[in-house]
Design a protein around this ligand. Structure first.
Ligand SMILES: *Cc1c(COP(=O)(O)O)cnc(C)c1O
Length: 233
């Protein structure tokens, strides 16, 4: 099923981003909207790109590999899903950011592939602060040790944190999680670890991006509100 009101959806979200930024005195330029294009057809995604969606998020390495050549190099691909070490090679020279690093083993494997391509790969560390919905992401208690070890790798740069909050009906329920993310990022930043920046906070999805923005998100990942319900059949 092709979606017809893409342009309207995107414009509605942009207005909503403006409103939430205004509510908390933030600049809209500091919040990037990532259109989560997983499961969507190439013609549909091309339409979104035409509407200005240049940041695209995918959760499968193969999907990025297969879609990549259909798009201009203006498009910035984001890996937002669980990444297996044997699939890093599909995306290492295609993505601008890997949001979902949650182990030292994965970071080392990314570092190795990045070094082969002679690039430095920007990454985020994925935190699991809800301890229920998501199987992925690390516990807060392990963050500092993980950040300091990954920071020693020469072909990776830690740029911030990412989380997937639980699905909730009332987005206010996720506010404490987003606030916690911001607090943790400020805490890590204050330690001034070499090769570590906390300038990016990737949090907020279709159901709760407004609250995430108010709590400091610099990237929101929105799929359903742009493209409609996903069809996994
Ligand atoms: C699918 C997905 C999203 C988008 O979710 P929507 O509710 O459709 O906006 C965001 N982040 C991640 C990691 C996802 O896998």
């Amino acid at each position: 099923m092709e979606i017809t009101n893409l342009e309207q959806n995107i414009s509605d979200i942009q207005k909503s981003i403006q409103l939430h930024c205004k509510n908390c005195g933030r600049d809209t330029a500091d919040v990037a909207l990532i259109a989560v294009s997983k499961t969507r057809s190439i013609p549909t995604i091309l339409k979104a790109v035409d509407c200005g969606m240049l940041d695209l998020g995918e959760n499968k390495a193969q999907e990025i590999r297969d879609k990549y050549n259909h798009f201009s190099t203006d498009v910035r691909w984001h890996m937002i899903g669980h990444l297996q070490t044997n699939k890093i090679k599909y995306i290492i020279d295609k993505v601008v950011l890997i949001h979902s690093v949650d182990s030292i083993k994965l970071a080392k494997a990314i570092d190795k592939e990045a070094s082969k391509k002679q690039i430095i790969m920007p990454i985020l560390i994925q935190l699991n602060l809800s301890h229920e919905d998501s199987k992925f992401g690390i516990d807060e208690s392990r963050l500092y040790d993980m950040v300091t070890s990954i920071a020693r790798l020469t072909h990776i740069k830690i740029e911030g944190l990412m989380t997937v909050a639980p699905y909730v009906v009332d987005s206010e329920e996720n506010r404490p999680i987003f606030r916690k993310m911001k607090d943790i990022s400020v805490d890590i930043a204050s330690k001034n670890i070499d090769n570590v920046s906390m300038r990016m906070l990737s949090m907020g999805m279709s159901g709760d991006y407004g609250v995430a923005i108010e709590e400091g998100a610099t990237m929101i990942r929105v799929g359903t509100s742009i493209f409609g319900k996903r069809d996994y059949s």
